[in-house]
Design a protein around this ligand. Structure first.
Ligand SMILES: [Zn+2]
Length: 605
């Protein structure tokens, strides 16, 4: 439990926060400097389990400067003592001991940091000392480390090691200084070599530290932009060790990152590497399409390729596909095949990350990508094929190969409307698609535009809150005279019932948001998205100490309802549900609408 640390922003497990040191709020991820630490200038106290005053850490209000304690490794005699004490300790930071030993194996690197982060409360900071470099800092912070220091940068300086963003080089091997910091721009490499050993070491140490400071600023910029994962995928390329750490994290620590990954972001997800296939966002989307999506019944399934422009509907190729089937749209269920998301039902094309990803397009799919997308299609068809009267695939090239593989595995009959090697947008292919669909649909009447919009809102509500929520949101209740309207221009639809707005699509985040009336209407479906708060009427935001309980399933940016003795309302989660319960500081929910429970007077904030 913390007194001096507060997390303000999150991107996955990485956080930006403030640690109050000497009455000054220092932003984390924070870089401690060895010289100010050794002179005690940082105003930070560290107590070991063997120190006589260790028991003071159990007393909450005793300290007026931030304090920390050391987390020994499992083999250390004090390990059990500290681990057992963790729930009752009042500290702001934990220091991981013997961190340099982690550098011997990528698996140890993963284990030590993840175990530490899992053992300590989420609202305290984690300091991994003496190992940070400009090369590994992004990965450390991505894993949930809040504090690093320049010990390694300084020691390397005294060893004649010149650090770069991509690793270390010996000063002997350089022909010029590949950097523009104040040290490197003030002298040439020859001048640096000619300095006496002490001055040279101190200049090298300064360059190494400045480089680390610069790297930290970049990492913070990526956390703010929601793009740290992309940056980490780039950064680990510089060494097999760091790449191995990321791959192990993706393989073994899915739960750790799932609990910390937001359900939506307002930025594009770039899938440029093979590791991108393993992102939580990708896996979560694929599993929700299977678990939280109900396809329409008795329709023709049309498989289409993805497009660079998102939402797909607005891309030139999809405009052509949709023109070719325009008359029969309501009887055709469109499913888009894509990497890395697998399959995207047309009704979910606006949701995050379906409308928020970009991939390098070469026409070539590697084996892993094919296997992943094929597994998504396989699982979907295995589950839902009985809903369809026929499957038509308007696909060629790698898309078609993949589809026919899956159809063979499942013994399903698929009609193809593109010839081998034919452009999917060619006139011939589009005419063939139109003729095939016309033959299958005959003289069926087209569905109303209301029904098409409603199917999108329903699918989005199911995706966010669970199956059934969509139907409940857009339904006429028995005995009720209901006028349901969907207004707005694609994709910013608004659902109105008897004049009141119940929900709206926010294309900037790829989410459906609820109004108070909307939340009340589907309240039975919102049990998993409920935050129980104390006896107060919130304004603006609900802070973590005001949360009594919150569902474990809630993630950052989820739509939630909050319920307390005095208030009921809707808002957006700013931390995961488990974190709201654990934390003593920070914003838990951004309030959108709140209603007083006793008097039912309404105010909007
Ligand atoms: Zn430099």
């Amino acid at each position: 439990m913390t007194k001096f640390y507060e997390v303000r922003r999150r991107d996955g497990a990485a956080r930006i926060g403030f640690l109050s040191l000497n009455d000054e709020k220092k932003q984390t991820p924070l870089l401690f400097h060895v010289d100010s630490l050794s002179s005690g200038k940082e105003g930070f106290e560290i107590t070991n389990a063997e120190d006589a005053n260790f028991s003071d850490l159990f007393q909450e209000d005793l300290h007026d400067t931030p304090r920390g304690t050391v987390l020994p490794p499992e083999v250390h005699p004090l390990f059990t003592k500290v681990n057992e004490a963790i729930p009752s300790l009042s500290v702001d930071c934990y220091v991981l001991s013997f961190a340099s030993a982690m550098l011997n194996s990528p698996r140890a690197f993963v284990r030590r940091i993840i175990d530490a982060r899992n053992a300590i409360p989420s609202d305290v900071a984690l300091w991994v000392p003496a190992i940070a470099t400009a090369e590994n800092a992004a990965l450390l912070i991505y894993m949930g480390v809040d504090v690093i220091d320049d010990t390694n940068a300084v020691i390397n300086g005294y060893q004649g090691i010149y650090q770069t963003e991509e690793g270390a080089m010996s000063l002997r091997d350089l022909e010029e200084l590949p950097c523009n910091c104040s040290v490197c721009s003030s002298l040439t490499i020859d001048e640096l070599r000619e300095k006496d050993s002490k001055e040279r070491a101190s200049l090298l140490a300064k360059h190494n530290t400045l480089l680390l400071e610069k790297e930290l600023k970049k990492v913070k910029a990526h956390i703010r932009a929601g793009s740290l994962r992309e940056y980490v995928e780039q950064k680990v390329r510089s060494s097999p060790f760091l790449t191995a750490v990321l791959r192990i994290l993706d393989l073994d620590e899915e739960e750790y990152f799932e609990r910390r990954t937001p359900v939506a972001r307002n930025c594009c997800m770039m899938a440029n590497t093979m590791e991108s296939l393993k992102r939580i966002e990708v896996k979560r989307f694929a599993s929700r399409v299977l678990e939280r999506y109900e396809p329409p019944v008795k329709q023709v399934l049309l498989l289409l390729p993805c497009s660079a422009r998102k939402p797909y509907s607005l891309s030139p190729s999809h405009v052509k596909f949709r023109e070719a089937i325009a008359q029969y749209k309501g009887h055709i269920h469109e499913l888009i095949l894509t990497s890395p998301l697998g399959i995207v039902p047309r009704e979910l094309e606006v949701i995050y990350p379906a409308a928020f990803y970009d991939i390098p397009v070469t026409g070539y799919w590697d084996a892993e990508e094919r296997a992943w997308v094929a597994s998504c299609l396989h699982a979907y068809l295995e589950r839902n094929a009985r809903n369809y009267v026929q499957i038509v695939a308007h696909l060629s090239g790698a898309y078609r190969e993949l589809c026919s593989c899956v159809a063979d595995e499942l013994g399903m009959d698929v009609e193809y409307t593109c010839e081998e090697g034919e452009e999917m947008t060619s006139k011939e292919a589009l005419n063939r698609l139109n003729a095939r669909i016309a033959a299958l649909c005959g003289d069926k009447k087209p569905l109303s535009s209301f029904e098409k919009k409603a199917s999108m809102l329903r699918a989005m509500a199911d995706y966010q809150f669970g199956i059934g929520a969509g139907r409940e949101l857009i339904s006429r209740k028995e005995g009720e005279r209901t006028k349901i309207k969907i207004t707005g221009k694609f994709p910013a639809y608004k659902l109105r019932v008897n004049g009141d707005v119940l929900a709206r699509i926010v294309p900037e985040y790829g989410l459906l948001t609820l109004t108070m009336q909307g939340a009340l209407r589907i309240r039975n479906y919102l049990a998993s998205y409920t935050v129980h708060i104390g006896d107060f009427l919130p304004k603006g935001s609900i802070l973590a100490p005001g949360v009594v309980n919150a569902n474990e399933q809630i993630r950052v940016n989820d739509e939630v309802i909050f319920v307390g003795e005095k208030a009921f309302g809707v808002g957006r989660a700013k931390m995961s549900g488990w974190e709201m319960v654990e934390s003593r500081k920070g914003v838990a929910v951004d309030v959108r609408e709140v209603e007083k429970r006793a008097t039912s007077a309404k105010s909007t904030s």
